[in-house]
Design a protein around this ligand. Structure first.
Ligand SMILES: [Zn+2]
Length: 203
């Protein structure tokens, strides 16, 4: 078996650790970079190298930010009476793409999961409750994923929020059950958003 030079193997190995990139794709990407001008590879490496320094999480909603607060929280045109609760920062991106929502967000950082030993203290739930108590919110849209864990998280949050007297809603059916908002197309997401229903549980 012919071995590749170590500098190629190193890049193939690093790319192969990324999600949804298998060894073959990693090789193809590496060979592609080799064929391009060296500056392309250098600027890619520089951008990746600077990634962590340039990004932090918004102190208010925990979405990606470059300063203390993210672009959404800083935008004076956003509707301060609505907050949409999502599991991951990527979900914010998907919902923004629909153009159907103009309120604020709150990124939990995952969903409740006994299997993964992830409880309420591991998610950004305390900061959500603080925001709800201090703010002037009229509606909390529970946009956790339509999975068992996402549903359990929505129920948990609806129970917590109920006593505050703020309306809770959940995205409409029609999202693929067991799916992930991250992989839902913009139109389906927009429809689910517009058809959201009340989620006020019995105490
Ligand atoms: Zn924010």
């Amino acid at each position: 078996v012919t071995r590749l030079p170590a500098s190629i193997e190193k890049v193939v190995g690093a790319l192969g650790k990324l999600p949804s990139i298998g060894p073959k794709t990693a090789q193809r990407l590496t060979f592609h970079l080799l064929k391009q001008p060296p500056d392309d590879a250098r600027s890619l490496a520089a951008a990746i190298g600077a990634l962590h320094e340039g990004v932090r999480l918004c102190e208010t909603c925990h979405y990606f930010a470059e300063n203390e607060r993210c672009d959404v929280c800083n935008d004076p045109r956003r509707d301060l009476s609505e907050v949409c609760v999502v599991e991951d920062a990527l979900n914010v991106l998907g919902l923004e793409r629909t153009g159907a929502y103009h309120g604020l967000y709150h990124v939990l950082g995952g969903a409740l999961s006994p299997l993964k030993d992830r409880g309420p203290d591991d998610l950004q739930i305390e900061s959500l409750m603080r925001r709800l108590r201090d703010g002037a919110f009229r509606e909390v849209i529970l946009a956790t994923n339509p999975t068992v864990e996402g549903e359990a998280t929505a129920v948990y949050l609806a129970r917590l929020i109920g006593p505050l007297g703020i309306r809770t809603s959940r995205l409409a059916q029609g999202l693929p059950a067991g799916g992930d908002l991250e992989y839902t197309d913009a139109l389906t997401l927009q429809r689910a958003f517009e058809g959201r229903r009340n989620y006020d549980l019995e105490p």
